[in-house]
Design a protein around this ligand. Structure first.
Ligand SMILES: [Zn+2]
Length: 415
């Protein structure tokens, strides 16, 4: 599925060329490569090795599952057969070697069960070496996990920010039939908005958010629905759905472990006539039409996706929800109309998206340290061109930074 190359000879390994990458099956691979010229190699020698991690092995709820590892050795003429391959566990975990000698297609195979720590496996053959590192190892911001068939991907971050985009996917593989009920229209370009936002956050804050993106078109998968409507019984779509939510849970666990608290933003696009951001806290337009006193006095905070943040903010809920330093207030300051905010406290009698499955599941409605907001953006001027997306992403990044400074800095002082 994903490949990195390690070239011989190992005695000339250049330690500064370690590259982290993440494969299907929830494994990250660190490859140590070197600059051997290879020009005098016999054609029967292997000149590269690619390690594939088997599909369908992703762990659920953070529990690692065994992962099938396949090392493919190739030379200048193609696969190298009959090569003796050594598999070695580094750290914890266990290894069940299925094939220690390459077959006619140059493949050797093993099953690896990660332990609790940052385990890894070394694969050696014909002077080539690859180190496969189990996930759970930190210090890997920017490494990418690519799910089965690249339907879902996850980029690890190092800030207490998690960004997802579930409706901007473009892939329409034949192996998944079109969904027959529910919404199938895509939120155009929200995949690119998410990527632009990650870059804008890095430019502004010097670190990366955790980023989870569905690459499947909404006709094939709707990850912002429970699994029945989302995948409509198709096992491949179900697998992608599980990957999407497992990766979001993984990101939440990472953020909680490292920072104590975190902010989750689920990016969407709406086609409503009023050109403004619609911020979903799981509160309907009717809920939001209540007075501040009503919202502050009732159980609205506890029914919201920022339940934990609101409980710890030390100010009335309405201040967090729609004061000048609410997320909507900050976006209004940045020149982007938004509701709820101090400028537009409620949507009025207009169409409004109040948050969906992701916001409910991955925000703090049920408690937990990650509070979440769904952000629905209009198309024109925000999602339509790369310049629009860059400007919108920059405004989001500035608001996120201000939001963390205002609502998170006093909680743990750590970001
Ligand atoms: Zn959407």
């Amino acid at each position: 599925m994903s490949a990195h190359l390690a070239q011989r000879p190992p005695e000339r390994l250049a330690p500064d060329r370690r590259v982290g990458v993440c494969l299907a099956g929830a494994l990250m691979v660190a490859v140590t490569a070197c600059g051997g010229d290879g020009q005098t190699e016999p054609v029967t020698r292997a000149t590269e090795v690619e390690v594939l991690a088997g599909a369908g092995q992703i762990g659920l709820h953070g529990v690692p599952l065994p992962d099938s590892l396949v090392a493919v050795f190739r030379g200048s003429d193609g696969p190298v057969a009959g090569l003796s391959v050594t598999w070695t566990v580094l750290g914890g975990g266990s290894l069940d070697v299925a094939r220690s000698r390459t077959d006619a297609r140059g493949r050797a195979a093993a099953l690896f069960t990660p332990g609790r720590g940052p385990d890894s496996v070394r694969v050696e053959g014909d002077g080539l070496e690859v180190i496969v590192r189990a996930r759970g190892d930190s210090a890997d911001a920017g490494t990418v996990h690519i799910g089965r068939n690249a339907y879902v991907d996850y980029e690890a971050g190092d800030l207490p920010i998690i960004v997802s985009a579930g409706h901007g996917g473009r892939l329409e593989p034949g192996e998944i039939p079109d969904r027959t009920f529910g919404v199938v229209g895509s939120d155009r370009n929200t995949d690119q908005v998410a990527e632009a936002l990650a870059d804008a956050i890095e430019a502004r804050m010097g670190g990366r958010p955790h980023l989870v993106i569905s690459r499947l078109h909404r006709r094939k998968l709707d990850p912002n629905r429970e699994i029945v409507e989302a995948a409509q019984g198709n096992p491949r779509a179900k697998h992608a759905w599980l990957e999407y939510h497992t990766l979001l849970e993984h990101a939440s666990e990472r953020v909680a472990a490292r920072h104590g608290r975190g902010l989750y933003l689920d990016l969407h696009g709406h086609g409503h006539p009023i050109q403004r951001l619609e911020l979903g806290y799981l509160l309907s337009a009717t809920d939001l039409a209540r007075t501040d006193a009503e919202l502050d006095g009732g159980s609205w905070a506890a029914s919201s996706s920022i339940r934990t943040l609101a409980a710890e903010a030390g100010v009335p809920f309405s201040v967090v929800l729609r004061g000048p330093e609410s997320f909507g207030g900050l976006m209004e300051d940045a020149g982007y109309a938004a509701t709820p905010s101090d400028i537009q406290p409620d949507p009025g009698p207009n169409p409004f998206f109040s948050g969906g499955y992701n916001t409910r599941r991955h925000g703090s409605l049920s408690g937990g340290p990650i509070s979440g907001i769904q952000i629905e953006a209009q198309y024109t001027g925000l999602r339509d061109t790369s310049a629009s997306r860059a400007a919108y992403a920059a405004a989001l990044a500035a608001s996120i930074e201000a939001y963390l400074d205002r609502w998170y800095a006093e909680l743990d002082g750590n970001r």
